[in-house]
Design a protein around this ligand. Structure first.
Ligand code: ADP
Ligand code: MG
Length: 685
């Protein structure tokens, strides 16, 4: 076994390999070169052009150790065609001796223009004695670490490769039809090409990962991901869920009293969800829609389909403020229809909480709203049909998979609707969310005017303060968002309190309130209600208002230290305004000096309004790991494929996965085993 071999390595070496993430033979053969050196041929010195990397051979004609401007060893090497200078800033006395005049040297390095002609700094240098054959394959350069010579790494990799080959563990997993349709080289051949490319293979295509051998590896990786995700997707269909018939008078009744009609996009997703709910297996659908696109009404209609069929609905929100707001909005809509609405919050009084739990258990409350607390504790439902999770992106992929609700029959699993205002770029939803169905609301309700975004240096704070005051006195309402202080919640709170106090002193004529996460829910709801009703003109807030808060009349927002915030957070915050008829203005105050990334983020948020575009740029900026926050969730990230560049491969892998699961289940199993091994368990919901 592979473990055997690793055990036989000396401790220090094994530790180093582990640091590189190499624990098995398979890890070793998938440790692919970063770049290559071409030692398969010699170039005449006269053809060594600056910027290129070449191997040349010549005789040391002159050698000198300089002390100015820096101590260095310089060797002049001649061949029949020209002269090249070698420069070493770190060298040993033994090298000075070994490379003395008259010695024949084979050197490989990047050529640059020097003072006396072409030169190389710290080239790879070998003394030639007698005849020395040229390599017949390109020399791989692996991602490595100090104290682990490339030669050792290369040898270990080749040994692992041979062991796997001998055990027939590198055999083809793709069915012949797929292999020939995609025109990829075989798996084993691809690895062989990447580790030991034959002379003549384009180094550029290898290094840019556009060689067919690279495509094969990336495809296999994507295929493993797709297989595993789609496997779970199909497995879910063998589970049982309540069949919730589509036509219920409740939905119609709500639509009739609604002060607006649904947009086409809303109608489309309502239909998609409605069809899913009528199936006998559990829905797991992700509803995406930009901030303000109107997801709440869609959720309400889905809830009514469940309730109309006699099944309860749980609605879960990430923050108390948001849960509270959902509670109010959904109660307004549903109570008149005779639907009992329940409310569970972490901070409510014990007696009230028990009463709500009781109503949930008896089914008197058909819709129950709460924060995570609702799920963490054992809430007993009478008969749960649907779970709605708002602002899904905050929950992490892992948690999503872990969610299981108690309710009625243990065998019957409730449907799940997840809503996210952080648009997930298509490539991500095709890969990491391939086990879900996705609905997108790609249209905002009519009558929204775009928010004007201003970037302003914090040195102009006074000016902003004065403008906000004028606007508030003229009847507008504003949010003042206090800086995020990541290291310390206490410090963040302190800043918010101070900002509130200063602004209150500056504006004795304005009604100002402060809201933050530490207030209890009654206090929060009083403040939000006052702000909603226009009694409070300026709301000083921490980032608790980030998600979901909906006060259409508020049209101004100032965000302090915007440079500290992430793109999705800024987009969410800005989405709080521009919901009513007045043009929204969002002022992003930033403090110099800006880091490169912060500057880029501010530029993106300034230039783009579309949440999908912002998310796409965010993905480019941060990579999928950070974007998804999957670091903790256990979903393995892609190592080789790049979702931006390899979208074609992703499409191919997706089709191939469906095909294999249907027609070649054994091959599918082998492929997953090879790539995911034990990791596969993590994905199991
Ligand atoms: P989000 O998708 O961000 O959760 P909400 O559901 O909070 O958005 O909706 C934002 C606002 O738009 C709410 O005030 C809601 O009542 C309103 N709204 C939703 N759908 C429509 C529509 N079709 N026409 C007009 N207003 C709508
Ligand atoms: Mg919302």
């Amino acid at each position: 076994m592979a473990a055997h071999f690793f055990d036989s390595l000396d401790e220090a070496l094994r530790k180093k390999l582990e640091k590189l993430g190499l624990f098995s033979d398979f890890d070793l053969v998938l440790h692919l070169p970063l770049r290559y050196e071409d030692e398969t041929r010699l170039s005449p010195i006269s053809q060594a052009v600056p910027g290129s990397t070449v191997q040349v051979e010549g005789v040391v004609a002159e050698q000198e150790v300089l002390v100015r401007p820096r101590r260095q060893l310089v060797c002049r090497v001649d061949d029949d065609s020209g002269t090249l200078y070698l420069r070493f800033f770190n060298f040993y006395a033994s090298q000075v001796t070994a490379w003395s005049p008259g010695t024949r040297l084979r050197v490989l390095g990047e050529v640059r223009a020097g003072f006396h002609g072409v030169e190389m700094v710290h080239p790879k240098c070998r003394v030639v004695r007698g005849s020395m054959v040229l390599a017949n394959t390109l020399t791989p350069v692996y991602p490595g670490m100090a104290g682990l010579p490339q030669r050792t790494l290369a040898r270990l990799i080749m040994q692992a490769f041979e062991r796997l080959r001998a055990k027939r563990l590198l055999q083809e997993t793709l069915p012949a039809t797929i292999l020939s349709a995609c025109q990829f080289p075989a798996f084993e051949d691809s690895l062989s090409i990447l580790h030991c490319p034959p002379a003549g293979v384009s180094i550029t295509s290898l290094q840019q990962r556009s060689h067919p051998a690279w495509f094969r590896i990336k495809f296999d990786e994507l295929l493993a991901q797709q297989l595993s995700m789609r496997c779970h997707y199909h497995q879910r269909r063998s589970q049982q869920a309540p069949v919730l018939q589509q036509q219920t008078g409740l939905q119609q009744a709500l639509l009739e009293v609604l002060p607006f009609g649904l947009t086409d996009a809303q109608c489309k997703v309502v239909t998609e969800i409605s069809k899913d709910l009528a199936q006998p297996y559990p829905m797991q659908r992700l509803l995406q829609g930009d901030v303000g696109s109107g997801k709440t009404i869609v959720a309400a209609l889905a809830a009514l389909q469940s309730i109309g069929n006699g099944y309860q609905v749980a609605v879960m929100a990430p923050t108390e403020i948001l849960a509270e707001q959902h509670f109010r909005k959904l109660s307004d809509w549903l109570t008149p229809l005779g639907v009992g609405v329940g409310w569970l919050s972490g901070s409510q009084k014990k007696s009230l909480r028990n009463q709500e739990l009781e109503r949930t258990a008896t089914g008197e409350a058909m819709l129950v709203i709460g924060t995570h607390a609702l799920f963490r504790e054992a809430v007993q439902f009478k008969c749960l049909g649907l779970v709605i999770i708002d602002e899904q992106h905050r929950f992490g992929v892992g948690q999503r998979l872990a969610l299981r609700m108690k309710g009625g029959d243990e065998e019957v699993i409730p449907h799940q609707l997840m809503m996210s205002a952080t648009p997930i770029p298509r490539t991500l939803s095709m890969s990491y969310f391939a086990d879900l169905d996705v609905s997108v609301i790609d249209q905002l309700p009519p009558g929204r005017s775009p928010v004007v975004t201003r970037l302003i240096d914090s040195s102009r704070r006074e000016e902003i303060v004065a403008r906000i005051r004028e606007a508030c006195l003229a009847g507008r309402q504003a949010y003042w968002v206090c800086p995020l202080i990541e290291e310390s919640e206490a410090l963040q709170l302190k800043t918010a309190v101070e900002t509130y106090e200063t602004l209150s002193q500056t504006f004795p004529d304005l009604r100002i309130a402060l809201i933050h996460g530490r207030l209890d829910s009654d206090e929060k709801s009083v403040i939000m209600a006052e702000f909603s009703q226009g009694e409070v003109q300026l709301l000083v807030a921490t980032t608790v208002i980030e998600v979901g808060v909906d006060v259409p009349n508020a049209s101004l927002m100032v965000i302090e230290h915007a440079e500290r915030m992430g793109l999705s957070q800024l987009h969410q915050l800005r989405g709080r305004i521009g919901r009513g008829s007045a043009t929204g203005v969002c002022v992003l105050m930033y403090q110099q000096p800006l880091s490169e990334v912060a500057r880029k983020r501010l530029q993106i948020i300034f230039e783009h309004r579309d949440g999908f575009e912002i998310a796409r740029q965010d993905l480019l900026l941060r990579g999928p790991g950070e974007f998804l926050g999957t670091r903790q969730s256990g979903v393995p990230l892609l190592r080789f494929a790049n979702l931006e560049e390899d979208i074609d491969l992703l499409e191919m892998a997706r089709n191939a996965a469906e095909n294999m699961l249907r027609d070649h289940p054994l091959a599918a199993q082998c492929h997953m085993q090879r790539w995911l091994g034990r990791k596969e368990d993590y994905l199991r919901a």
